[in-house]
Design a protein around this ligand. Structure first.
Ligand SMILES: *Cc1c(COP(=O)(O)O)cnc(C)c1O
Length: 412
């Protein structure tokens, strides 16, 4: 596969008057909100039509009937997650889902009370784990353990695995990212899951920046659970329905959970009985009726991934981040430090670039990039993040970016 093979399927925001070769933005912000695929629009419009025509009958009639709509996404999600049937479901929103899953899998007991996360975790994740600790009457200042990165801002996978082994008798949960949002570092998820499993510590993965970006093998790695959002690399739109993975070994889970009728056995759900009988597997964690219009946008986004194989997005041919790294390295005076590790196994398509001159000049350069039509993002205090997505970004995008970057840093 070549980069940008699916470019014509995505809507690009206009730059300036929208004309000429610079009429489109150079969109490197798919790590925050992916571009809209044409199939998202057609799928949503289709369900709006069915609502107009069928109204309540749409729940049970048509193909697919809304009642089972989420199940039509399962095969595509299974492939992206590296999961087996019954292990994944599209539902809810990322942070909410983390709460649902931690309610089931964070069960502090005796000395095993602590949650291990990475220092500098995405704020919502930190709020979520800290509040889960509080819910158990415990104190985050004792029981939230934040693993410190090295001087380069990165975390050594082996050191994490060793830490888990050494501190297993205090840990009740390892909650780890697949790709770290700020640094772009991809972790050795297999190793971290194995360390947790070998030491009987439950392990959950936050795949916000990994899903649709890097290949995953959740079943094989043995994570207890995982959660992701779908508006970043999956391109399912603002507020898109998220997704969860629960490993097959928990298919008959009988522990605590925050139950709702959509997690109840479908064959008896509408008998409206008083007792909760969960669906086997991940679907048992569903709470509310599925948001079909929102699922339709996700279905459209996954249509792209039915054609674009995630493994082929890792080819050197599609590796636009590497091309950006080459451009950054060649800038006179080395104005930018590449924070993200460059080995292919240790990153996805995001590069985090630290402006050596500091915040003020960094902001000025970032604003110059924006004015010239580059959409990336800024992370305080001095980081510019760019995430060229090989689904829709091209080599030309990268080369245009290179020229604008050099000008923006005031070096040409
Ligand atoms: C994007 C992101 C979120 C956002 O959470 P929502 O519940 O979808 O708003 C949370 N955690 C991480 C690590 C993220 O990258």
């Amino acid at each position: 596969m070549k980069p940008a093979q699916f470019r014509h399927r995505f809507a690009f925001p206009r730059h300036g008057d929208g004309h000429g070769e610079n009429g489109q933005k150079i969109y490197f912000c798919g790590n925050s909100l992916g571009l809209m695929p044409d199939t998202a629009r057609t799928r949503v419009e289709h369900e709006l039509e069915r609502w107009a025509e069928l109204a309540v009958d749409g729940h049970f009639n048509g193909d697919p009937a809304w009642l089972g709509y989420h199940r039509t996404l399962e095969d595509a999600l299974m492939r992206l997650a590296g999961a087996k049937a019954g292990e994944v479901v599209a539902m809810g929103a990322l942070t909410m889902n983390l709460h649902l899953l931690m309610t089931s899998f964070y069960r502090p007991k005796g000395a095993r009370r602590k949650i291990l996360i990475e220092k500098g975790a995405f704020p919502s994740d930190r709020y979520a784990v800290a509040s889960q600790i509080l819910l158990h009457g415990l104190d985050p200042s004792d029981d939230l353990v934040e693993f410190e990165p090295g001087a380069d801002g990165l975390i050594d996978d082996v050191a994490v695995a060793d830490f888990i082994a050494e501190h297993a008798d205090e840990l009740a949960l390892v909650m780890w990212p697949g790709v770290q949002y700020a640094t772009g570092q991809r972790f050795d998820m297999a190793r971290i899951c194995r360390a947790a499993r070998d030491n009987d510590v439950p392990v959950g993965l936050d795949l916000a920046h990994a899903m649709g970006n890097v290949p995953l093998a959740l079943h094989e790695w043995g994570a207890d659970f995982a959660a992701w959002c779908s508006y970043k690399y999956l391109n399912a739109g603002p507020g898109a329905v998220a997704g969860i993975f629960v490993h097959e070994r928990h298919a008959e889970f009988s522990g605590p959970r925050l139950a709702g009728w959509w997690g109840h056995d479908e064959s008896t759900r509408f008998l409206m009985g008083p007792d909760f009988e969960p669906i086997r597997g991940a679907e048992g964690w569903q709470v509310s009726g599925a948001p079909v219009l929102n699922l339709a946008a996700l279905a459209g986004a996954l249509d792209i991934y039915r054609e674009a194989d995630i493994d082929s997005l890792q080819d050197s041919e599609t590796d636009l981040a590497e091309r950006i790294a080459g451009i950054v390295d060649a800038l006179p005076g080395e104005p930018l430090e590449i924070v993200t590790p460059l080995e292919r196994s240790r990153r996805g398509c995001q590069l985090s670039l630290r402006v050596r001159a500091g915040r003020e000049q960094g902001r000025a350069a970032f604003e110059a990039l924006q004015a010239a039509g580059v959409v990336g993002d800024w992370r305080e205090p001095d980081i510019i993040r760019v995430a060229p997505n090989p689904l829709y970004n091209s080599i030309e995008d990268v080369d245009r970016f290179g020229a604008i970057l050099e000008r923006s840093l005031g070096r040409s």
